[in-house]
Design a protein around this ligand. Structure first.
Ligand SMILES: NC(=O)c1ccc[n+]([C@@H]2O[C@H](COP(=O)([O-])OP(=O)(O)OC[C@H]3O[C@@H](n4cnc5c(N)ncnc54)[C@H](O)[C@@H]3O)[C@@H](O)[C@H]2O)c1
Length: 253
């Protein structure tokens, strides 16, 4: 088990990629604190980890609430004595061009996609510094490494996640705290449901993915979870400030 007894906090762990990452870390021996806006989803993730023989707690957490993040981090440090891994995963997609996105859409994109990662990392940092070791994974997207029509708020905020990740990595490398960005492409989760409805249903989206992605298909959650495990574990022990793109080649097409 490559994460035996490591304490891992995951935001938005109640579905999709967040759940997949939480589960694979649980399978590899981590004590997982699965958090989500929806309490039942976080509980379901924790239950799945425990049913598979792992250790996990669940906690309702809205990442737009600074005090909730700070409380969760302090409670975790108190209960388990340390925080080894922080996976900041929560994010939203606000579509549109400059004319279509209201300023509030840019604000909410930054609040969840960027600011929440900042607040959680800031809260976990003293514990990681004290330990002399820590791993922070900030979910961005392959939308953080290229540009896409009509995605102003998403692209801008996901690019900011990568810039923030690199800056954190630079500042805290001397403390042995590694900070990397996770940049998935199309992953088959409920995250894409609004886009699917907008395109006219599952068939239209499938055709789009087949055509647009060099590998001609979605990623599975399990494929992205492997990358989360890599970033979270000592397998990536000399990697920091990196934006790990897992997108079937979309960003080079
Ligand atoms: N699925 C993809 O194709 C894809 C691709 C690239 C990047 N991403 C990124 O992955 C993240 C989520 O994707 P997913 O596929 O796991 O989504 P998902 O829809 O499967 O799960 C999202 C989870 O986030 C939770 N959530 C929403 N708002 C929250 C908040 N304020 N606080 C805490 N939790 C909240 C929801 O309750 C839900 O459980 C986002 O950051 C997104 O940008 C996804």
């Amino acid at each position: 088990m490559i994460l035996k007894d490591r304490v891992a906090i995951v935001t938005a762990a109640g579905s999709g990629i967040g759940r997949g990452g939480a589960e694979i870390m649980g399978r590899e021996g981590a004590i997982v604190i699965a958090t989500d806006l929806i309490a039942e989803r976080a509980e379901e993730t924790a239950r799945r980890i425990r049913d598979a023989g792992g250790r996990a707690d669940a906690c309702q957490l809205d990442v737009t609430k600074d005090a909730e993040i700070e409380r969760l981090v302090e409670q975790t440090a108190k209960a388990h004595g340390r925080i080894d891994i922080l996976h900041n995963h929560a994010g939203i997609q606000v579509e549109g061009t400059l004319e279509q996105v209201p300023a509030s859409g840019l604000d909410s994109s930054y609040a969840i996609n960027v600011r929440a990662h900042f607040v959680a990392a800031k809260a976990a940092l003293p514990h990681m510094k004290r330990q002399g070791k820590g791993v922070i994974i900030n979910t961005s997207s392959n939308s953080g490494v290229f540009f896409d029509k009509g995605m102003l708020a998403y692209i801008t905020s996901k690019t900011a996640v990568i810039a923030m990740t690199k800056q954190m990595a630079l500042d805290y490398g001397p403390h042995n705290i590694r900070v990397n960005a996770l940049c998935p492409g199309w992953v088959d989760t409920p995250f894409n449901d609004p886009y699917m409805r907008q395109m006219g249903g599952r068939g239209a989206l499938e055709a789009y993915v087949k055509d647009k992605i060099p590998m001609g298909r979605w990623a599975s959650v399990d494929e992205i979870a492997e990358s989360i495990l890599y970033l979270a574990s000592d397998r990536s022990s000399y990697m920091t400030g990196h934006a790990l793109v897992i997108d079937g080649g979309e960003c080079i097409a």
